[in-house]
Structures are given as C-alpha cells and as structure tokens.
Design a protein around this ligand. Structure first.
Ligand code: PLP
Length: 448
C-alpha cells in the first residue's frame, strides 16, 4: 500500500517479484537496493557507501545528483515537460546547436533519440538512403545496442540470442594489438585498418556497402585503442569507395577519453557521429545522431525516414544543454585527462607488483586492465565468454572490491575502470588501494 514504508527489504522483495533485469537469469540475481547517490558515490539503505568506479553504465559522467543538472531538469519540467517532435522547441534547438559547435569537422544537424541503440538504428537507415546501398561493415569486438538492427551490428556474444537479425551486416576484425587476430607484429593489415577493410570490400563489392561503423575506442568489449593511423586509414578507404563512416561514441564521447570526442585523438571526422550516455550523463534518456554538412544538405531535399514519440524530449534536451555547460564551466574534460594520468601511473605501479596484469590500455578515464595467467603466453585469466565457474577468478575479484566499497565490472578478463569524470585524486587513490588488495586474487591463478 502507499502508506507502507519502502524499506530495503521491501524494495528487494518487490523488485525480485516484478522487475525483469537486463541480460540475466532472474532467479540468480541479488541486486543491492540503492537508496541514493552523490558525486562519485552511491549508497544502500544501511548507509554503506560504494565508490562508483564504473559511472554506472559508463554514462554517469558528471556523477550522481549534480546540483546544476538536477536544477536544469526541474526548471524545464516547470516550463514544458513535453512537446511533440514536430514543433520547434528551445532546449532541443539549443542542444543541437551546441553539439554542432563541440563536435569536430563539419558535423552539423542532429536527430535525438532515447539512447544509443535507437541512434544507431537511424544512422544505418539514413546511410542506406543517402548512398542507395545496403551493406554495413561492423566489427566483432563491438557493442552497438540491443534493438534488432543495433544488435545485428554488435559483435559481442549477446548477438547470438538475437540472430538471425537484420540482413546486410558484414564483419571485419578488430585492431586488438595485444591479441592481434592476424598474428603479426605491428603494423599488420588488420591493425592498420585500411588493407583489411579493402580486402573485405573486394569480396563484398564496395558498391553495395553503405557504411562502416566502428567505436573509435572500443568500450564494452575490452577497451581497445586503435594504433595511430588506423581511423585515418578507414577514412581514406571509405572516401575512395563513397562509403559513409559512422563513429559510435556512445561510450567514448563527451570527455570520457580526455578529449571531447575519442576521434579527436587522431583528428579523423566521421560522416555520422552517434552519442548518448555522457551527452547528458543519463539523467534523462537521450541519444543523438549528428550528421555531416553534406548529409545535412541532403536532408533539406530528401525525406528523413525516422521518428519517435520521444525524439528530442524537452527534459532530455534541457539536461543535455545543462550537462555540456557544466562540462565547459567545470573543466570536466581537463579533469578526465588529469585524473586519467594519475590512474594510468597508479596502474603502471600496480603492474610491477601484480604479474596477472598483462596489459593496461587507457586515456582519460577510459581504462581497461587485461588479466592473464601468464605474461609470456598472454593466456587470458578467464576465457572469452566465460560464465559461472569459468568466470570465477574475475567475479571473485569484483566481489572482493565491492566488499571493500569499490564498484567495478569486467568484460571477461578485462577490468573496466571508468569512474565519473568529476572524480578527485583522493578517490582515484582509494580505488587504486583496493585494486592493489584484490589483484592478489588474480595473481593466485598466475602460472608463471
Ligand atoms: N553503442 C555503444 C558504444 C555502447 O557502449 C552502448 C551501450 O553500452 C550502446 C551503443 C547502446 O546504447 P543504449 O544502451 O543507450 O541503447
């Protein structure tokens, strides 16, 4: 009833009975009932605090309950909660203009969605219409979202449950230099990008390919940074064949890598940029598809075949405007870079003490730590797609971190270190201290 108090026990019990959680066997779950959060921390009903070293789903870049962001949502709610996408509305217009100003190159007009997957769906459909072609090249170590098209683009094993998916997706390999799929020393055709893409296009017929979609820095699937020249090389191949280049920066965009956009590290500009998550720190669901000046021109005379009830929702857009202002006013991108250097240095020091650390990859606050059984063979601490008992060496480590008040996650054998971009040096050091303790659990499996 409405008068019955929502105790931790009641939240848990009602959740267990009625809520379906993502990517889970429901009976196996035991979620922590969360009572609140502030900055880089959240806490349960007993007042137990956790340092959020994930930014939740790598979206809460400004941390929990940023006062200015909360206030902007409150103000927009008082003004106008909703108006249909067919009307011109201030927060939507302002956010689109700000994105055009912040994004690299000539990226200009934006279509707003409720998240990353929907933005990717629209990008694929638009690319097909603009080019009059149907195939899309995507990579294996990728995540693009859980809707039919986005899941078909996705390479990670969650795709298997959604197959056969949409047609026309062609797969290329990843520039995973630590585990180079071609087995070469760098630079190899795969890790340098263009030669591998060219070969695939040769077999597929480039005139049937509408777009190539990549995460410039792979997020969920292992924090993979491309070698210098890789994105440039993809750009050149796409241009040669009239293929559009789509960058999915849902996770890597808006300061995560210590630049406003990950592609800025290499000065490569896509035809379509997909963002979400850090665009407004996820306080209200929001995603965006931002297109080049050329596609913006094309849209003046051609139909845009896309729309949703909540395209450009005023509450979401107002939170986006506030979020970007906060990022500029508070030097959030600079903080991401500075705290990232501190985190990187701390991890390098940990690698000297913990043989299970095979590789450390990161810039800004977008770090992956690859755990191995042996540095020479690089055998992963747990295999690809490990679950249950097979994943235990990593899941035990994550649990031990949680017991010490630090929330961490992993993709199989790669720890993901992606704290809020507003984190401070004391909090970074605290997490490094806990990592130092729990990494010994990984070292126990070392076979050196
Ligand atoms: N693209 C990337 C790179 C992502 O990391 C994600 C989510 O993790 C998505 C797309 C999907 O976004 P959403 O969950 O908002 O649909």
């Amino acid at each position: 009833t409405e008068t019955e108090a929502w105790t931790a026990q009641r939240v848990k019990a009602v959740d267990k009975e009625y809520v379906i959680h993502s990517w889970s066997v429901q009976g196996a779950l035991d979620p922590i009932p969360v009572a609140g959060g502030s900055g880089s921390w959240f806490w349960d009903y007993d007042g137990r605090k956790y340092l959020d070293f994930q930014s939740q789903l790598v979206n809460l870049n400004l941390g929990h309950q940023h006062p200015r962001l909360v206030e902007a949502i409150r103000a927009q709610a008082a003004d106008l909660c909703y108006i249909g996408p067919g009307f011109a509305e201030r927060s939507r217009a302002e956010l689109a203009e700000m994105i055009a100003g912040l994004t690299p190159g000539d990226l200009k007009m934006s279509f707003f969605t409720t998240g990353g997957a929907a933005a990717n769906e629209n990008a694929v459909r638009l690319a097909r219409h603009v080019t009059g072609r149907h195939k899309i090249v995507a990579r294996y170590r990728s995540y693009h979202g859980a809707t039919a098209g986005a899941m078909s683009l996705t390479g990670d094993p969650r795709r298997w449950a959604a197959e056969p998916g949409i047609s026309g997706v062609v797969r290329m390999l990843d520039p995973y230099t630590y585990r180079c799929p071609a087995g070469h020393p760098d630079p190899c055709p795969v890790c340098s990008g263009g030669p591998h893409l060219e070969e695939i296009l040769q077999y597929e017929n480039p005139e049937t390919v509408a777009a190539v979609i990549v995460e410039p820095v792979t997020g969920t699937n292992g924090l993979l940074y491309p070698p210098d020249g890789y994105l440039q090389s993809l750009r050149e191949v796409c241009d040669r064949h009239g293929i559009l280049l789509i960058f999915d920066e849902v996770m890597a965009g808006f300061g995560r890598t210590g630049e406003w956009f990950a592609c800025n590290h290499w000065n490569v500009v896509p035809d379509i940029l997909i963002t979400a998550k850090g665009l407004n720190s996820g306080y209200v669901p929001l995603g965006a598809m931002t297109v080049s000046a050329r596609i913006s021109e094309w849209l003046k005379d051609n139909m845009f075949w896309g729309g949703m009830t909540y395209a450009g929702h005023p509450l979401a857009c107002a939170s986006g405007v506030a979020s970007l202002r906060i990022m500029e006013d508070e030097g959030v991108v600079e903080n991401s870079r500075a705290m990232g250097e501190r985190l990187g240095a701390g991890l390098a020091a940990l690698a000297e003490r913990h043989p299970s650390i095979g590789d450390i990859r990161g810039r800004g606050l977008f770090y992956g730590v690859e755990l191995v059984k042996h540095r020479g063979t690089r055998e992963p601490l747990v295999p690809f797609n490990a679950k249950g008992a097979a994943a235990a060496p990593v899941s035990r480590l994550l649990k031990a971190a949680m017991e010490r008040g630090v929330y961490l996650t992993a993709n199989f054998n790669v720890l993901r270190l992606t704290p809020p971009l507003v984190i401070n040096s004391g909090e970074i050091d605290l997490a490094l201290g806990v990592l130092d303790e729990v990494l010994s659990l990984a070292d126990d499996h070392y076979q050196g």
